[in-house]
Design a protein around this ligand. Structure first.
Ligand code: CO8
Length: 258
């Protein structure tokens, strides 16, 4: 891969977007590699969780590559938006937890990438924003849809229509960031969260992720129907029997992932 670095350890893959000279801006190559990389990680049995971050001191991802955007005509712009949306949908629907470790600017497409991840840990240096309107654009990689679902319509519209950035503390207050930590402990904090999740029942984690992610795309009644179906299917798993037996026998469970 030309634009991404990957480090796999302790069942956690850390995917780093690596174009620091342009603050990790997303060109079509990065988007293609992200989609490819997540397709590979989906079936990688050695990986149970993914962390996405940006290289360098300054940025997570400062947006779509503005040099590329400046060359696009109507069809090109639409294709580019669909390509980014497709890559980010792959991340949102990924069957293993994906945590964004936001180490700096998460702007435009970079903020949209963080929104597509399941959880966001921000460093105190992080800045989030959807500045597209100041470029005469609108968010095009899912931001108009995901931000309101995560922080509510009024707050989302304030960010999208003003184009203003918010700092990490404000991101935490709005629910955009799950936690805010010092820059030096960002990756460790994301790893710890991933490790906690990896210690839980693997099938239960996968189905809980599916219930929340797919449930949000449905009305509540259909979402509850999905929840009941997934809950029911767990009753047939060894892990559920083991988890319940371990509690009753006052011992730690030994999950097998089946
Ligand atoms: N694209 C391309 N290059 C970028 C980008 C970007 N998004 N962001 C920064 N760079 C480059 C700069 O041009 C600069 O390059 P050079 O050294 O060659 O001049 C280098 O990165 C370093 O940046 P700065 O010197 O500007 O660093 P500062 O610390 O002064 O400022 C900022 C940092 C505030 C982050 C500033 O770089 C900035 O405002 N960047 C642009 C942020 C932005 O507007 N992002 C949104 C882009 S639009 C978008 O993401 C739309 C997504 C949906 C697309 C849908 C498809 C059509």
């Amino acid at each position: 891969m030309e634009f991404l670095d990957m480090d796999k350890r302790d069942r956690i893959a850390v995917v780093t977007i690596n174009r620091p000279k342009v603050l990790n801006a997303l060109n079509p190559g990065v988007l293609g590699e992200l989609a490819c990389c997540f397709e590979g990680l989906r079936t990688d049995e050695e990986v149970g969780a993914v962390i996405v971050t940006g290289s360098g001191e300054k940025a997570f991802v400062a947006g779509a590559d503005i040099k590329v955007l400046a060359t696009l005509d109507v069809h090109g712009a639409r294709d580019n938006a669909e390509k980014g949306q497709g890559a980010f949908r792959t991340i949102e629907r990924f069957p293993k937890p994906v945590i964004a470790a936001v180490n700096g600017f998460a702007l435009g497409g970079g903020c949209e990438l963080a929104l597509a991840c399941h959880m966001r840990i921000a460093s105190t240096k992080a800045k989030f924003g959807l500045p597209e309107v100041s470029l005469g654009l609108i968010p095009g990689y899912g931001g108009t849809q995901r931000l309101a679902r995560i922080i509510g319509k009024g707050r989302a519209l304030e960010m999208i229509l003003s184009g203003d950035m918010i700092n990490a503390e404000r991101a935490y207050e709005t629910g955009l960031a799950n936690q805010v930590v010092e820059p030096e402990s960002l990756l460790d904090t994301a790893r710890k969260l991933a490790a906690t999740i990896l210690g839980r029942g693997p099938v239960a984690v996968r189905l809980a992720l599916e219930a929340v992610t797919h449930g949000l795309e449905m009305n509540q009644e259909d979402g509850e129907r999905l929840e009941a179906a997934l809950f029911g299917s767990l009753a047939a798993t060894e892990d559920t029997r083991e988890g319940l037996a371990a509690f009753l026998e006052k011992r730690a469970p030994e999950f097998k992932g089946r």
